[in-house]
Design a protein around this ligand. Structure first.
Ligand code: PMP
Length: 409
C-alpha cells in the first residue's frame, strides 16, 4: 500500500482531542474500535443544533420544531446515502448497534422464531449479537447454532451450507470482528442464506468505520451500526432494514410518535420508520451522526480504507518484530485491529504500562468471551486504528511494548 491516500496531518488536525498531552506525553489513541474520536465538524454541528434549532420533532407547528424535524429527517437521508439504501424509510434511528439488534430480536425474533427453530450466528460475535439471540431462543424453545472460526480467525465457510437448514429462521453475523479484525464475506453468506429463504442481519459496528458499505449490493435484510464508533456522538445508531421486511414486522417499543391514533380500545401504529421510533429521538445525535458521515464522505471512504490497509500492514510488521508477541487474528482479509498477547504478561498489565506512556489501547475479552475461549486466552491487548492514526502512533506503541518487556524481564 503506497500511503494513506489523503492528507493525514490535515485529517488529524480536525480532531481536537488528539492535540493534548497525557501523562506528560503526546496522546496516542489506539482504541477506536471501542469508540471513535470526533472531528470539529461534528462538535460544531451539535452545538449549532442546540444553539439555533432545538425543539421536539414531528409534533410542533412552530418554526423551531419545523427546523428540528428537517434536520432530523435530513440526517436520515444522509445515512441512507452513506449505506446506499434504496429508500429513506429503511433507516431507523436507535441508540446504537446493541439496540438495533435487540429491536430485530424483539420484532422479527418474536414473530418468526418458534419451538425447534434455529438462529445461526458465528463464533466471532460481540456479546450484543449473541445474548439477544440466546434470549429469543430461550423464550421460544429454539436453538442457537454457531459457525466456527479457524486458527487465523476466519469464518469456516465450509461449514455454512450444513448449518443453514430448514429450521434456520435467521443468520445474524458480524461484518468485521471487533476482537480480530477479520472481514466476513457477507455477500456470499447472504447468497447462501437467501437461497434457502433465510434472512440475514449484519452487525456493521466495525465495518462502516473502515470501508464503504452498500447494503443493496450486500443484499442483507438488516444492517446495524453505532454513531459513536463512526466518529459521531454517543446515543445514536442505525438499524437498516429492507422496507418489505420492516413493513411486515410488529412494533418494537410502544409510546409517542410510533402511533397514528390511540383510543383506550385500540392503537393504529405509525408507518415505517416511525413505527419503530417510540418517544423523543436523539435529534442532536442524528445531526451529529450526519455531520460525521459528511466528514467521512469528504475524506472519501475509499481513502479511509486505503489508509487502514496501509497502516495495518505497517503495524502488523512492526508488532511481529517484537519477540514473544503473538497476534490473535491473522486473517488475510482484515481491518486495522491488532489483538495480541505478549509472552505471559497479563494484557491488563500491558495496557497499564502503555497508559503510563500516554498510549490508549483496550485489554480484556472485548465483549467476545466465546471467541477468546476459541483461541484459548482469557483476554488480549488490542490496538485499533482509525483514519487519524499515523505511523508515529504505531512506533510509539512498539516502543511502549519494549518497555513492557523490560519491566517484566
Ligand atoms: N458489535 C460489534 C462488532 C462491536 O464492536 C460493538 C461495540 N464494541 C457492538 C456490536 C456494540 O455496539 P454498541 O455498544 O455501540 O451498541
Amino acid at each position: 500500500m503506497s500511503g494513506p491516500g489523503f492528507d493525514l496531518a490535515r485529517v488529524r488536525a480536525d480532531f481536537p482531542i488528539l492535540r493534548q498531552e497525557v501523562r506528560g506525553r503526546p496522546l496516542v489513541y489506539l482504541d477506536s474500535a471501542a469508540t471513535g474520536q470526533k472531528p470539529q465538524a461534528v462538535l460544531d454541528a451539535i452545538t449549532r443544533y442546540y444553539t439555533h434549532d432545538n425543539a421536539n420533532v414531528h409534533r410542533g407547528v412552530h418554526i423551531l420544531s419545523e427546523r428540528a424535524t428537517q434536520a432530523f429527517e435530513d440526517a436520515r437521508e444522509t445515512v441512507r446515502r452513506f449505506i446506499h439504501a434504496k429508500d429513506v424509510r429503511e433507516v431507523i434511528f436507535v441508540r446504537g448497534t446493541t439496540e438495533a439488534i435487540n429491536l430485530v430480536a424483539a420484532t422479527y425474533g418474536r414473530k418468526h422464531v418458534g419451538p425447534g427453530d434455529e438462529v445461526l450466528i458465528s463464533a466471532m460475535e460481540h456479546h450484543s449479537n449473541i445474548v439477544p439471540w440466546q434470549m429469543v431462543c430461550d423464550a421460544a424453545g429454539a436453538k442457537l447454532r454457531v459457525i466456527p472460526v479457524d486458527e487465523r480467525g476466519e469464518l469456516r465457510m465450509d461449514t455454512v451450507d450444513a448449518l443453514l437448514t430448514e429450521k434456520t429462521r435467521l443468520l445474524a453475523i458480524t461484518h468485521v470482528s471487533n476482537a480480530l479484525g477479520s472481514v466476513n464475506p457477507i455477500k456470499e453468506l447472504v447468497a447462501k442464506a437467501h437461497a434457502k429463504n433465510i434472512p440475514v442481519l449484519v452487525d456493521g459496528a466495525q465495518s462502516v468505520t473502515h470501508f464503504p458499505v452498500d447494503v443493496q449490493d450486500l443484499g442483507c435484510d438488516f444492517y446495524a451500526f453505532s454513531g459513536h464508533k463512526l466518529f459521531g456522538p454517543t446515543g445514536i445508531g442505525v438499524l437498516y432494514g429492507k422496507l418489505s421486511m420492516l413493513e411486515s414486522l410488529p412494533p418494537y417499543q410502544g409510546g409517542g410518535d410510533m402511533i397514528l391514533s390511540v383510543t383506550m380500545e385500540k392503537t393504529v401504529y405509525n408507518r415505517v420508520p416511525h413505527r419503530f421510533e417510540a418517544g423523543t429521538p436523539d435529534m442532536a445525535g442524528a445531526v451529529g451522526l450526519a455531520a460525521a458521515i459528511r466528514y467521512l464522505e469528504a475524506v472519501g471512504m475509499q481513502n479511509v480504507s486505503q489508509h487502514d490497509q496501509w497502516l495495518l500492514a505497517y503495524a502488523t510488521d512492526a508488532l511481529q518484530s517484537i519477540p514473544g508477541l503473538k497476534l490473535v487474528g491473522t486473517a488475510p482479509h482484515k481491518t486495522g485491529v491488532l489483538s495480541f498477547t505478549l509472552e505471559d504478561v497479563h494484557p491488563h498489565d500491558v495496557g497499564t504500562i502503555l497508559d503510563q506512556e500516554g498510549i490508549c489501547i483496550r485489554t480484556g475479552h472485548h465483549c467476545a468471551q466465546p471467541l477468546m475461549q476459541r483461541f484459548g486466552v482469557a483476554a488480549t491487548a488490542r490496538a485499533s486504528l482509525a483514519l487519524y492514526n499515523t505511523r508515529e502512533d504505531v512506533d510509539a506503541l512498539v516502543k511502549g511494548l519494549h518497555k513492557v518487556k523490560e519491566v517484566f524481564a
